[in-house]
Design a protein around this ligand. Structure first.
Ligand code: ADP
Ligand code: F6P
Length: 321
């Protein structure tokens, strides 16, 4: 293949620019032409496509967000929308597409393959870390570090006032951001959608913490469970304790990508380009397993259910005993 395109889709994630840069430069260095598509599948359907070269991605590796912009595009979840996208790629003579996005974006990519025969490579870009086939997704490490930075600051003030605080973090249906930030930040409780949670246990632990002399109590709550305000009301009803809440929100999606996300972006981009350069006959997704870069057939990858790391949760519970 000599002519390929790249787009970002779904929620943005730190490291997406590093991945776009990696795609453009790894492709150009192999003599391939690269086209950028703006605003994900929406831009594909509308033909918002332009030629990119090495200079188009200068000074972008350290930037959060995505220079190609992103979108959620309901039309692309229809057969008509997908066929329109396939027609645009064919009209430009583009032979392969690299999609940087999450689970939904990969489902769109699979449909584009099945309905239009376009070969696509997926690079996992989402802060949620909710894809089963890969250990990590681009943006997750940065998002967790952003949460940690906030958690440390919140801890300072909660300790000064002898207070408890619920910190609500993103992740959609996945508890990984809460789990990793909770362990690294020394949270007293971590509540995730993957595991059953008993409000009475949380309240009992808060009471025990007071008896043990703990002066602050941080509960990291994944958004997929409930809102921090709903949890606060339940705890207050049972204990009468005054508790503060912080919903971290979009701060988790922005910011300069960490070293881990930049390096993962570069490695995934190079593999995706290599597969297209070698005329791989099927659509695949790139990821990382045991710190090695892997690629896998898109159907197989999408069939793998994300498994929650219960061992890490057990460690977290021992640490906050
Ligand atoms: P993410 O890729 O981060 O999971 P979304 O779930 O919002 O984000 O998906 C991004 C886009 O991918 C959607 O707006 C839509 O255009 C496309 N998409 C999602 N699900 C499907 C699907 N089942 N079939 C085709 N396209 C889909
Ligand atoms: O998928 C990334 C993510 O940030 C989730 O953690 C969150 O639930 C969702 O996107 C928010 O999406 P939106 O920006 O469309 O509200």
């Amino acid at each position: 293949m000599r002519k390929i395109a790249v787009l970002t889709s779904g929620g943005d994630a730190p490291g997406m620019n590093a991945a776009i840069r990696g795609v453009v430069r790894c492709a150009n260095s192999r003599g391939m032409d690269v086209y950028g598509i703006e605003r994900g599948y929406d831009g594909l359907i509308k033909g918002n496509i332009f030629r990119m070269d090495s200079r188009s991605v200068s000074d972008t590796i350290q930037k959060g967000g995505t220079i190609l912009k992103t979108a959620r595009c309901p039309e692309f979840a229809t057969e008509e929308g997908i066929r329109k996208g396939g027609d645009v790629l064919n009209a430009y003579g583009i032979e392969g597409l690299i999609v940087i996005g999450g689970d939904g974006s990969f489902r769109g990519m699979k449909d584009l393959t099945d309905l239009c025969g376009i070969r696509c490579m997926g690079i996992p870009g989402t802060i949620d870390n909710d894809l089963g086939y890969t250990d990590f997704t681009l943006g997750f490490d940065t998002a967790v570090n952003t949460v940690l930075d906030a958690l440390n600051k919140i801890r300072d003030t909660m300790t000064s006032h002898d207070r408890a605080c619920i910190i609500e973090v993103m992740g959609r249906h996945c508890g990984d951001i809460a789990l990793y930030a909770g362990i690294a930040g020394g949270a007293e409780s971590i509540i995730v959608p993957e595991l059953p949670f008993n409000i009475d246990d949380v309240c009992d632990k808060m009471r025990r913490n007071v008896i043990k002399g703990k002066v602050s109590d941080i509960i990291v709550l994944a958004e997929g469970v409930c809102s921090c305000d709903a949890l606060k009301a339940q705890i207050h009803d049972r204990t009468g304790v005054t508790i503060r809440t912080v919903k971290l929100g979009y701060i988790q999606r922005g910011g300069t990508p960490s070293m881990a996300d930049r390096v993962l972006a570069a490695r995934c981009a190079d593999r995706a380009v290599e597969l297209l350069f070698n005329d791989c006959k099927e659509s695949r997704v790139i990821g990382t397993k045991d710190n090695k870069i892997i690629d896998m057939n898109i159907d197989e990858a999408l069939a793998i259910k994300k498994e929650f790391n219960t061992q890490m949760m057990e460690i977290a519970m021992r640490l906050s005993f």
